[in-house]
Each structure stands twice: as C-alpha cells, then as structure tokens.
Design a protein around this ligand. Sequence first.
Ligand SMILES: Cc1cc2nc3c(=O)[nH]c(=O)nc-3n(C[C@H](O)[C@H](O)[C@H](O)COP(=O)(O)OP(=O)(O)OC[C@H]3O[C@@H](n4cnc5c(N)ncnc54)[C@H](O)[C@@H]3O)c2cc1C
Length: 376
Amino acid sequence: MDFDFSPEEDAFRARVQSFLDAHLPSEFDARDPDFLKQWNRALGEAGWLGFAWPKEAGGGGATIIEQFILKEEMSARRAPPLGSDFMGLTWVGPALIEHGSDEQKQQFLPELLAGESCWCTGYSEPGAGSDLASLSTRAERDGDDYVVNGQKIWTTLAHVAKYIFMLVRTESSSRYGGITCVLIPMDSPGIEIQPIPNLSGEVSFNQVFFKDVRVPVASRLGKEGEGWRVVVGALANERSGISEATEKLRHIEDLEELARKVMRGGRPAVEDPEVRRKLASFRTRIAAMRLTGMRHLTNQLQGRRPSSETSINKLLRGQLEIEMDAFAMGLLGTQAQTQGRWQYLSLSYHGTVIGGGTPNIQRNIIAERILGLPKD
Ligand SMILES: Cc1cc2nc3c(=O)[nH]c(=O)nc-3n(C[C@H](O)[C@H](O)[C@H](O)COP(=O)(O)OP(=O)(O)OC[C@H]3O[C@@H](n4cnc5c(N)ncnc54)[C@H](O)[C@@H]3O)c2cc1C
C-alpha cells in the first residue's frame, strides 16, 4: 500500500478546491431543497456525479483515488455528499453498469448522472431483515410482465423516490436461486407507501405495499434467479459508502470544539486528561478506519470487486458514532436537554448502525469470510 499521492493527484486536489471555492457558499442549509438542487446541478455539470464510473457508461472515467480525493475535499468543507441520490449513485448505478441491459443503462444512467433521479432500496420485509434470503414478496410471470404482491419495510426515502431497486421471489423452491432483482417506478399502480416516523420524529423510512403491481420483464436487472448475485455487490458498495472515515473527522472536530467550550470544575473540559485521552482514542480509531478504507481502495485499484472487508468499517463506524455521541451527552450533562444537535444525533445513530446490516451481521461476515472461522 502506497500512502503518497502522485503530483497529478495533488493537482487534481487543487482543482477540486477551486471548484468548491467557486460553487460552495460559505454558509448554506444542507436541508434546503433549492440549495441541494443547485448543488446537484453544479456537480452534474462538472462531471463529478459518477466520476469514477467508466466513460462508456457516461461517467468521468476517473481513478478511484481521484474519487476518494474528491470526497475527502468535499467533506473537509462539509459540503453535502456527492449528489442527494445517495443510493442511486452508490449502489444502483454500479449494479446497472455491471448487470443492466443497454436499454436500462440508457434509461436510468443519464438521469442519475444529471443528479435528477432518486432511488430507494427494497430488500427488507417484516419477516426478512438480517436473514434477507427469507424474503417472500412474490413476482409471478404473466406474459411479458411480472405481477408483484407483498410488502417491504424500512424503505428509506420511498416517500420521495422515483424508482425502487428491489428484490422479489420468483421461485419458492430455491432459497437463494429463487430471488430476482427488479427496477420499478414508484408511481406504478398498486404501490402504497406508508411513512414510519423514526425515534427523532422525522420520516426517513416507510412501509411499501405491492398489490398486483405489473412490472415489465424488461425491468428485471440481471437474469431471473440471479438477484442474490446482484445484491451481494450492491451491499458491499453500500457498506463501503456508509463507512467513509472522512465524515467522522468532521464529527470528532465538532466533539473537540464542544470539549473546549463546556466547563468542568471551572475549566474547559478539554483540559481534563481523561477527556483528552478519550478524544485521542476516538481520533486513533478514525485513523484506523481511514487506513482500512485505503486498503479497500487498493483492492479496487487492483481490479478486485468490493468485498466483505467493507464490513470492518461499517462495524467500526457504528460503534464509534454511538460512543462519541454518548461522550458528548456526558460532557454536556443537564445542558444536553437544550443542545438539539447532539440530542438529535444520539437518537438517529441507533438507526444508522442497523441500516445496511446490524453489527452482529457484520461480525458474522468478518468472522466467516475474512477470518475463515467456522459458522458454529
Ligand atoms: C435507518 C435504517 C434505514 C434502513 N433502510 C433500509 C432500506 O432503505 N431498505 C431496506 O430494504 N432495508 C432498510 N433497513 C432495514 C435494515 O436493513 C434491517 O433493519 C436490518 O437488516 C436488520 O433486520 P431486522 O430489522 O429485520 O432485524 P432482525 O434481522 O430481526 O435482527 C434482530 C436482532 O437479531 C440479531 N441477529 C439476527 N440474525 C443474527 C445472526 N445470524 N447472528 C447474530 N445475530 C443476529 C440482529 O443483529 C439484531 O440485533 C433500514 C434500517 C434502518 C434502521
């Protein structure tokens, strides 16, 4: 593993910095839809959505290292992440590039690259979460269509998404081989969406019901019965996206700032050796996450597919977030009641830890697929 950037990569970093100087206001509201629309358009025009996708797919053909630099610089300025269509860009697009027909690529990729689509992901069901292969939403063939019946749950952004990237059961006798991936417009007749408010009162996920929803067979991604293959790659991409260490660097900076402001025994909390030790341990773990992320990048540069290794950072990040937030709440003491931001984070991280697969499932993956330990 080489930790140095080449002169070309340093020049690219400077280019990104100039773009940010020109397009990112010094103050902005990352939840303002008008600002996000404008920001997405600027990123799309600069060719930075799907920047590392192959040129034939309409992407920038950039190296994965350039993509990493782009994300690092964006995060350093606290810019909203690359595009608001996080799922579309992180796993639906790459899955389309790998498994999609020419028609599907032409239909979906340009919209994605222009920052104009929004995807949601339909894996989980009331009886199928960690054990995803138990899913039972059925798709039965009827002429040139599938007819879909069943229910998905915890579907993030289903209430605003244009399309769903979804797993259905096309055959019941084979657990893995009976699963197929389909791409469905969310305004298809027969789809009903019921939002589920989360712990902090916001709506981010939903229940989605499918009643006799007709889906053209041409909307299937990959072959019938090969949905599991599609989803394994998509999940590795999801976990790698979730695990970005750069974002955690902003989180620790905020925590350090808090420790400078909060007083303990008449002195800033940051002067307490216990507090300093804790902050240093968080920084060390973030540095370890960054190095693990670099190893994942190196693998990709050497042409290997996203692997189970992405589960390491997914696990580390979840534990770190909960601990950092609990530490912030401890520093604030009774003031925590009035510090909306930290309180909000403490309510939302529990969900982030579960989304994309629970910590136990990441431990199982690391034990079985990386360490080669037996299943029982
Ligand atoms: C914020 C958030 C966003 C989400 N977004 C989406 C989305 O967009 N699309 C989507 O399809 N799903 C989404 N999910 C669902 C998520 O993928 C599931 O919640 C997750 O996979 C766990 O499934 P479950 O809730 O059914 O829990 P279960 O699978 O029932 O797990 C319950 C508990 O049992 C443990 N457990 C289960 N099996 C094992 C095992 N083999 N070994 C050890 N322990 C085990 C788990 O770790 C957990 O602690 C989201 C969830 C959250 C919280």
